[in-house]
Unconditional design. Structure first.
Length: 659
């Protein structure tokens, strides 16, 4: 299916909590649209968008998958994203390139922790969103309760545009509330919801004059396309019920992708995969301009040119050469060697902001047999880190250890499978350990006069101040360029984040402001690399004077258990240094929401499932880093020589620079 140039298109991400029926919905969308001739199934491993072997075996989506089709003359690029929290980085990358989103909620489980987190990211980015309430035919389905919950946890502006007919196994269909043969009371509810939100509509409604349904629907469409209202539709994806209505709603309520096809190129690489014969596949969303086969494009991020060999639409295991990628569209570009996730092609001005969701909270050591080539294992994991930069594969040469960062245990299982299937490598992983951070305990100054052994000359003085939680690193310089040349100041600024990767306890230092308040170079003796050597010594000197406090990752959790287990859960939370809100009773179940340190709760989901005999749910998402209590300590072995040992550090670094 080659799309006509200039045709209207929309880019839609499908998002949901794990097991809400996301991939099943996508599969039925592709079937109803005529894109596939036979339905695949998640459980049997035949879903088109689950193209990896491990996805088919496990019945979960690991990687965001792209599929394109037409519906009523509109091209829809659909991205099915993973639902499991361990693959949140894929969700984060997909969010950045979507113009619209469908959030799937289960009519049984309702709004879950990850649904809420994704919703917050969608709102932060201002992405128009449609709600699809799935599993309407299941025992325990309660659409009214889930709608109330969604309005409470997500937005009061969620407005159903359909009326569901029948409950649980008796569910038949959902009727469009804009139709002429609909229940008048249900239609009145929709009209009143709109009238409450607009003065002109309210005046028309209260006057008793006849209502022009087409005009009111147009108002709903405009408000939905701008992300002010969020239409809700209903269905049963597994049976194909409500899928065509969902497709109609996408076309009706979502805005088309915009972008000047004649303008200068501006696009972003949001995903990297590999093709056995064609090499690196760069999934690109183009915001401005047009890229064609055999053209040269500028990689703005890396400041290099790349030659495009082919542009293809890729769906599951199928690919199709389309020859060109236009503004507003998404496709795979081949030929850009060395391209990485997040690279900007062309100019960066047209590219929207990103929402940071995924933070790896665990670090793991990788082990392999003595009969295996070290370089093969390191190379394979570095290649996988190109596809998911948050893995951050680090080979420690001196210790001969390989470490990676992960979101959770499921991700480790998937990595194991991928390493064996793709590379033929059998590895094991050590026990995951929590990634702590440090922050300055107080303000302080760090000073370094790096003037020996000659030839060298770099004098730096930093002011270090604690910053607000979540602020990261803020860097500034008040040094005049006459005292320290701009190129030396740039080298210093570039080295500060590196110097903060290991603090006094070996963890990354965050939430601080570093200001360069004094700096000097020497006309003859200074070399630019002197500031690369001096910066870590000055920073560590400042941290040693200010001291640092340990920060630990905190999870926001929602636990649902039978009422008789509620007391034990609350006691467990206290034992794990957790805090929680007063529990809420829902039928015979108790819902407990709170905050827990990751370090104390790593194994708790298994424990909880065991003593509730599987009748509980534990959902969590990362809520931020908080200061550890004084009795908690965690130190990590420092990699390389500590810059506080200045003589030894200078020798080690200078040998490396010479080498």
């Amino acid at each position: 299916m080659i799309q006509q140039q200039g045709a209207e298109r929309i880019n839609v991400g499908i998002f949901a909590h794990v097991d809400a029926g996301k991939t099943t919905t996508t599969e039925h969308i592709l079937y109803e649209s005529g894109r596939i001739r036979a339905l695949g199934s998640v459980d049997s491993g035949t879903a088109l968008t689950d193209s990896m072997d491990v996805e088919r075996q496990r019945g979960i989506s690991v990687r965001a998958a792209l599929a394109s089709f037409e519906w009523k003359g509109v091209q829809i690029n659909l991205v099915d994203t993973p639902g499991h929290v361990d693959f949140l980085s894929e969700v984060e990358r997909s969010l950045r390139v979507m113009d619209c989103a469908v959030l799937i909620l289960s009519a049984v489980e309702g709004v879950q922790a990850q649904s809420e987190m994704i919703w917050n990211a969608l709102r932060k980015l201002g992405i128009p969103t449609l709600i699809f309430m799935n599993k309407m035919d299941r025992v325990g389905a309660d659409p009214e309760a889930v709608l109330a919950q969604a309005r409470n946890y997500l937005s009061s502006e969620i407005i159903p545009v359909q009326q569901p007919i029948g409950k649980e196994q008796e569910y038949i269909e959902a009727i469009d509330l804009w139709g002429s043969d609909v229940d008048p009371a249900a239609q009145t509810e929709l009209l009143e919801a709109l009238a409450e939100r607009d003065e002109d509509l309210l005046e028309t409604y209260m006057s008793g004059s006849s209502i022009d349904l087409a005009a009111w629907k147009k108002y709903m469409k405009t408000a939905s396309a701008s992300g002010r209202f969020f239409p809700m539709v209903y269905g049963v994806a597994a049976k194909g019920l409500g899928i065509t209505a969902l497709l109609d709603a996408m076309v009706e309520y979502f805005p088309p992708a915009s972008g000047n096809v004649e303008g200068p190129v501006s696009g972003i690489v949001y995903n990297i995969q590999r093709d056995k014969s064609m090499g690196r596949m760069a999934f690109v969303r183009l915001y401005e301009g047009t890229i064609r086969n055999r053209e040269t494009v500028m990689n703005y991020t890396q400041d290099i040119q790349g030659k495009v060999t082919q542009i293809r639409k890729v769906e599951g295991g199928r690919t199709e050469d389309v020859g060109a990628l236009e503004a507003g569209d998404i496709a795979v570009i081949y030929g850009l060697s060395g391209v990485r996730i997040g690279d900007v092609l062309g100019h960066p001005e047209a590219i929207p902001a990103e929402a940071k969701l995924a933070v790896p909270l665990l670090t793991v050591r990788v082990f392999w047999g003595t009969d295996m080539d070290d370089h093969k294992v390191i190379g394979a994991l570095q290649e996988l880190a190109d596809e998911d930069p948050l893995l951050d594969a680090q080979w420690l040469q001196d210790e001969r250890e390989l470490h990676i960062k992960v979101m959770g245990p499921i991700q480790l299982e998937i990595l194991n499978s991928v390493l064996e299937e793709r590379y033929g490598l059998k590895v094991t992983f050590g026990q995951p350990s929590v990634i702590y951070k440090e922050t300055p305990a107080s303000g302080g100054e760090g000073f370094i006069a790096y003037t020996m052994p000659k030839p060298c000359w770099a004098i730096l003085r930093f002011q270090i101040e604690p910053g607000p939680p979540g602020s990261g690193l803020v860097y500034d310089s008040v040094v005049r360029s006459s005292d320290l040349l701009p190129q030396y100041q740039s080298e210093t600024a570039r080295r500060v984040p590196e110097a903060l990767l290991q603090g006094l306890y070996g963890w990354e230092v965050t939430d601080l402001k570093v200001t360069l308040i004094e700096g000097q170079h020497h006309v003859w003796h200074t070399h630019p690399l002197d500031f690369a050597v001096a910066t870590p010594m000055g920073i560590m000197d400042g941290l040693a004077r200010a001291g640092t406090k340990l920060l630990e990752p905190i999870l926001q959790v929602r636990i649902v258990v039978p009422e008789e287990n509620g007391g034990r859960v609350m006691n467990d939370l206290v034992q794990m240094r957790g805090t929680f809100e007063p529990p809420v009773l829902q039928g015979e179940r108790m819902i407990i929401e709170g905050r827990l340190p990751l370090a104390t709760s790593l194994d708790y989901p298994v424990t909880l499932s065991s003593y509730t005999k599987g009748r509980s749910t534990f959902t969590s998402f990362f809520a931020g880093y908080e200061e550890c209590p004084p009795d908690v300590s965690a130190e990590r072995t420092r990699r390389g020589v500590n810059p506080l040992d200045q003589a030894k550090y200078i020798l080690s670094v200078r040998k490396a620079l010479q080498g």
